[in-house]
Design a protein around this ligand. Structure first.
Ligand code: HAM
Length: 428
């Protein structure tokens, strides 16, 4: 046994489900099933996959997400090598916008829908549903200011969940206004909170200095109580933002997507303007946020573009989705079943099995056999464990006859098949 273990907050994904740090980790086939469903839904939206590096320049993330956010100030896995600063990407939106600009993707014209599935890294305190290496899937819709784009992004996330059979989730939305409405709002919020600042937690007191809107995001009941009469951003929205928000809500209603308006919803990343949303599961407890996103029209200029590239998107946690599916009993993905298991008795038969496995596999028939020279009983047990449809038994007698016993495990029947007929008969 190795004395090495995976780092807390990271985990292995194995052929069978297991637990890691108290959390259930779904088997790899469940991940594959969810990923392939995501790909099918993304195809329905005409979204194409983008794969960006795990390593990005630290400055891209710091500028994109915002210096004062938790992610950038405390949670980055960043390091220096030579004269370059690297970060393990904590999210994929800023990298996608970087790639969009770097490769002049706007030249294609029109709107681009780009989706991704892959690992992200945040140095958070590991707990249920919160990891240091986790996986996101997401969609970025780039090149439109239309409120339908915002509604479509939310619809896409909802459709992924629906396609997987998840029903217990809620969409919460808010408008965080534009760059002109926020400073006025911040001022009003600071004026409201300052008189009782000494009753706030350490974290919230710090946020009052650095990022007061994030105080609204508190999970502490006492603070929620204190914030009850706080000024609301929606009362500070400029006309254009108000109209845009009303349109997004109307579009969601028109396609029957239920949502709740939450004036306290503020996201933990600074690039948002206008629409912000989260999708929450009822089954997940404290780490209930399945997905989050919103509009980020000013990220492009923050990253150096001369013109504003309007964009909206969402990202969702794979781990939390898998947990929610498991809790809802929607994750019964059966192991793939090998079609054939070759039971070989003796050295010559094992050699035959090695060659025959190759022939059958070339014919597209999944085939297993035992490589440990075990007893017939042990090999039959293995065939059963793998739930093979057919078992082919070969010993010296069969080798001499050039024909094998083929057991059909579903029909409980048995027949003799010539070696050279095996592939065609098994295929039929
Ligand atoms: P985010 O809210 O930071 O948004 O993350 C999106 C989702 O990733 C969360 O709702 C959650 O399911 C999952 N997630 C985040 N951190 C962790 C963690 N430590 N462990 C497990 N799951 C986690 C973004 O990342 C934005 N880029 C979303 C976006 C896309 N906005 C526009 N486009």
């Amino acid at each position: 046994m190795s004395s090495f273990k995976s780092i807390p907050g990271t985990f292995d994904i194995l052929p069978e489900g297991h637990t890691s740090g108290g959390d259930a980790i779904a088997p790899s086939r469940a991940w594959q099933y969810v990923e392939s469903t995501i790909r099918s839904v993304m195809a329905l939206y005409g979204a194409e996959e983008i794969r960006t590096p795990i390593l990005e320049p630290t400055e891209l993330i710091a500028r994109g997400i915002g210096q004062l956010t938790d992610i950038v100030s405390k949670e980055m896995f960043a390091f220096e090598r030579g004269s370059t600063n690297y970060v393990l990407r904590p999210e994929v939106t800023a990298p996608v916008m970087r790639a969009y600009q770097q490769h002049h993707l706007s030249q294609k014209g029109g709107v681009q829908r780009l989706f991704y599935i892959g690992p992200c890294f945040r140095a958070e305190r590991p707990q249920k549903g919160r990891y240091r290496q986790f996986h996101q899937f997401g969609l970025e819709l780039i090149g439109s200011t239309d409120a339908r784009a915002d509604a479509e992004t939310i619809a896409c996330a909802v459709d992924v969940y629906k396609a997987l059979g998840l029903t217990d989730f809620k969409v919460r939305i808010n408008s965080v206004g534009d760059a002109s409405s926020r400073p006025r709002y911040k001022e009003a919020l600071i004026a409201f909170i300052t008189p009782f600042a000494d009753q706030l937690s350490e974290v919230s007191r710090q946020r009052l200095e650095s990022n007061p809107m994030r105080i609204l995001d508190t999970k502490i009941e006492k603070e929620k109580e204190l914030l009850k009469g706080a000024p609301l951003l929606r009362d500070f929205l400029d006309e254009a933002s108000r109209v845009h928000f009303d349109e997004v809500k109307a579009h969601l209603q028109s396609v029957g997507i239920p949502f709740e308006e939450d004036p306290f919803l503020v996201r933990g990343l600074d690039y948002y303007s206008q629409t912000a949303f989260e999708i929450e599961s009822d089954d997940l407890g404290s780490q209930g946020s399945l997905a989050g996103g919103g509009r980020y029209d000013l990220l492009s200029t923050e990253l150096g573009s001369k013109t504003v590239i309007p964009a909206v998107g969402f990202a969702a946690g794979m781990e939390r989705l898998l947990m929610a599916l498991e809790a809802a009993g929607k994750l019964n993905v059966e192991a793939a079943r090998p079609e054939v298991f070759l039971v070989a008795l003796g050295e010559a038969a094992l050699d035959w099995a090695f060659h025959t496995a190759r022939t059958l596999r070339s014919a597209g028939i999944s085939t297993g056999y035992d490589l440990n020279g075990r007893s017939m009983k042990a090999q039959m047990r293995e065939a059963n464990r793998q739930n093979s449809r057919y078992v082919v038994i070969v010993g010296d007698d069969e080798l001499a006859a050039g024909a094998a016993q083929v057991k059909d495990m579903d029909q409980s029947s048995q027949r003799t098949v010539d070696f050279d007929q095996l592939a065609t008969q098994l295929k039929a």
